[in-house]
Design a binder for this molecule. Structure first.
Ligand code: NDP
Length: 689
């Protein structure tokens, strides 16, 4: 059964903390399979200026008061609540034409993206409101003037204009980095499937987890919203290239240099390697992936494969194997269990796709499927936007243009032959910039050549082979930790990619000044800034007692030849530079036998630790370790340890302390430089000592 909706509901927009119905009669939104009215949509009469003010002044201000970890925990709580109520979304998703597995991508894929940002935010961002990016740059010889990049939250609002094909994922993948960055969001889903986004936003609002103004929703036209954008706002768009181009050129967007991210049509290619002939595992994977990409979401995925590029000798075998697979696809109402592919989102969308197929036929012939399949256009199915998968073959793709330009946003792909690997890459490039390309090969040389040739034109490249066959996430799946977006025709935007997406909603500034002032401003110690030496060892201090700049200058220790030999025997590291005087001298880096780097690090720890139980709970690693000056027998080591950053964990009774660790020799030359990472109890009581 499709979701029973006796009387179609008027969708509402969520505006300034209230659910509001548009003032017009509403445009009916139809079930993609049955044609029944699911809901009415209209957003006329909304006060867009008030929405933006509410977002900026209420939502943004509240979000900016929170730390990254607090925002991340907020996302986690929202994600968990949505996951608990997911079945309700599945039930309604059927009306969009999505099968259970299509809906899984949209609903659980979207929630998983939210949860992934919640987790990465706590692991990769500090429990603070400002991101210190990269290392400081020394800008003067005497160490009195330095530079540092920082990121702060924008003070505007993000307007997300989304596509119809992923009403849940499309919203969640964008609001996750937005909210984590401290920016409120106004979401405008595509009308066709907005009822599902509306339901999800209702459930999010009901949790009461997000601060007022952090999330608003427009169901219907955005009216004059874009006229009102300011330099602190961000606009993202997913949809057709034509609309995207129009919005990107909106006068207020240009006038205010508003960040505009566009993700549009993409003629994604999948290439069968020259090594992967019929009978090989890669050949089978290529065919399976092509069938999956053509039929998942009825091909209405921005990342779906539109062009299949195969060695000329394998073309007939691909056409046969893929045609047989596609012919077995059961097309129908996704509410029925046997259905493997649902309808397109609307009858209008089907007309659009059929039109595209007609235009493609000027350069390619249909080898499988029938765009006017009579079984899909009669009886009960009449009102549904059903279309059988259609595979075309273009014999001369290098002299063709439509097959590289027309995106039939449905279960349609064109197969094309190549003779050389350069030709395969050239055909992929004819898409003029795509979200993703895949290459199916078990040959390292082919992989290398393809990555080099396809990289400049693609946001993502998937290499498929027998080893990753089971674990691969596939050609069409954008992942929260990897970049999604592509150059040129694909819109030129970049989304996801882990913390890259968060930074997109923040302002990067280079700050310059005296190191101690930069340390005060950023909360991160840098060389040249003030230090504080106290009688008490800093390892005796809890997180609450430690201060940035707390310093320990240790006693010294002389390294002997016996130490080096003992370490070599004990660890088994008898590398010649430590054990063979003559060979070590012949090495351009060493004056003779030298101490092991790890011996230096070990002696340094021996010099700086405070052995008794205390607030320091664990050493969990070092960052950026470099050995800068060789240590010869007879050299004397000393360590300077400075508290560089203190990052309390939001949900634990400990936090991370980063120590700047400099090991010097008797001539004050730096022997080793690194950051030591420790976990320290927030209070002495929490340390239980
Ligand atoms: P559109 O570009 O028309 O719509 C995309 C989004 O933009 C929708 O939310 C739409 O809202 C909104 N929109 C449209 N006009 C304006 C405007 N003037 N001001 C502000 N917002 C606007 O694409 P469709 O959804 O109609 O899809 C058409 C084609 O786009 C597909 O056939 C396919 O080729 C391509 N497409 C590509 C996608 C991708 O990810 N690469 C995804 C979806 C579609 P509303 O729905 O209310 O009009």
């Amino acid at each position: 059964m499709n979701a029973p909706l006796a009387t179609p509901r008027h969708l509402e927009s969520y505006v300034c903390g209230r659910w509001v119905r548009g003032s017009g009669p509403g445009i009916p939104l139809l079930d993609a399979s049955t044609g029944a009215v699911v809901a009415l949509i209209d957003a006329s009469g909304l006060d867009h200026a008030a929405m933006l003010d509410h977002a900026r002044e209420k939502g943004g201000a509240a979000l900016r008061r929170m730390t990254f970890h607090e925002r991340a925990l907020m996302l986690k709580a929202v994600g968990q609540a949505l996951m608990e109520g997911k079945e309700e979304f599945y039930a309604l998703s059927t009306a969009t034409g999505a099968t259970r597995s299509d809906s899984w991508i949209d609903i659980e894929g979207g929630i998983a993206t939210l949860l992934s940002y919640a987790s990465k935010g706590r692991r990769e961002l500090p429990n603070a409101r400002l991101v210190v990016e990269g290392e400081p740059e020394a800008l003067s010889r005497d160490g009195t003037f330095s530079g540092q990049h920082v990121l702060t939250s924008l003070e505007g609002a993000a307007i997300h204009i989304n596509a119809f094909n992923f009403p849940c994922w499309g919203m969640l993948e964008k609001i996750a980095p937005t909210l984590l960055a401290g920016l409120p969001a106004i979401v405008k889903p595509a009308s066709q499937t907005a009822y599902l986004t509306e339901l999800m936003v209702r459930r999010i609002v009901e949790t009461g987890i997000l601060p007022d103004g952090a999330l608003q929703l427009v169901c219907g036209s955005v009216g004059n919203l874009l006229d009102l954008v300011t330099p602190q706002d961000v606009v993202t768009f997913t949809g057709s290239a034509a609309t995207g181009r129009r919005l990107r050129a909106h006068p207020a967007v240009i006038e205010n240099s508003v960040r505009f991210t566009m993700e549009a049509d993409s003629l994604n290619a999948s290439i069968l390697g020259p090594d992967a002939g019929p009978g090989s595992e890669e050949f089978d994977l290529f065919v399976r992936e092509a069938a999956r990409e053509m039929t998942a979401k009825a091909g209405q995925k921005c990342t779906a494969i539109r062009r299949l590029i195969a060695p000329r000798a394998a073309i007939d075998a691909v056409a046969k194997a893929l045609g047989e697979r596609l012919a077995k696809t059961v097309v129908g109402n996704p509410a029925e269990e046997a259905t493997r592919m649902g309808p397109l989102a609307s009858l209008g969308q089907r007309d659009e796709v059929r039109g595209c197929i007609e235009r493609l036929r000027a350069e390619a012939e249909i080898v499988s499927g029938d765009p006017a399949d009579p079984r899909l256009a009669s009886g009960d199915a009449e009102a549904g936007a059903f279309l059988s998968p259609v595979l075309l073959h273009c014999a001369k793709p290098l002299s063709a243009s439509a097959v590289h330009e027309i995106e039939a946003f449905g279960p349609v792909a064109t197969l094309m032959p190549y003779d050389t690997i350069e030709e395969a890459a050239e055909l992929a490039r004819r898409g003029k910039g795509s979200l993703v390309a895949s290459v199916f090969t078990n040959d390292g040389g082919v992989a290398r050549e393809m990555v080099g040739a396809l990289g400049p034109w693609h946001g993502r490249i998937l290499i498929g082979n027998r080893l990753s066959a089971k674990s691969s996430t596939g050609h069409g799946s954008p992942l929260p930790m990897l970049v999604h977006g592509g150059p040129g025709r694909a819109g030129g935007g970049e989304e996801l990619g882990g913390m890259r997406a968060v930074k997109h909603y923040m302002q990067r500034s280079a700050i310059q000044g005296a190191p101690w002032l930069l340390t005060e401003a950023t909360g991160r110690w840098m060389k040249g800034a003030k230090t504080r030496d106290e009688a008490e060892h800093p390892f005796r201090k809890s997180l609450a007692e430690l201060e940035i700049g707390d310093r320990l200058v240790t006693g010294s220790r002389t390294v002997t030849l016996a130490d080096i030999e003992h370490f070599a025997e004990f660890t088994g590291d008898t590398f010649y530079a430590h054990m063979d005087e003559e060979a070590a001298r012949a090495n351009p880096f060493f004056p003779g036998r030298v101490a092991h780097g790890y011996l230096i690090v070990s002696f340094a720890a021996g010099l700086f630790v405070d052995p008794a139980p205390g607030p320091v709970l664990a050493n969990y690693g070092v960052d950026n370790l470099r050995f800068l000056t060789p240590v010869s027998p007879g050299d004397t080591l000393q360590v300077t340890l400075v508290c560089k950053a203190i990052d309390p964990r939001a949900t634990a009774d400990y936090g991370e302390v980063r120590w700047d660790c400099t090991v010097t020799n008797q001539d004050a030359a730096v022997v080793a430089q690194y950051d030591v990472l420790t976990l320290v109890a927030k209070t002495r009581r929490a340390a239980a000592v």
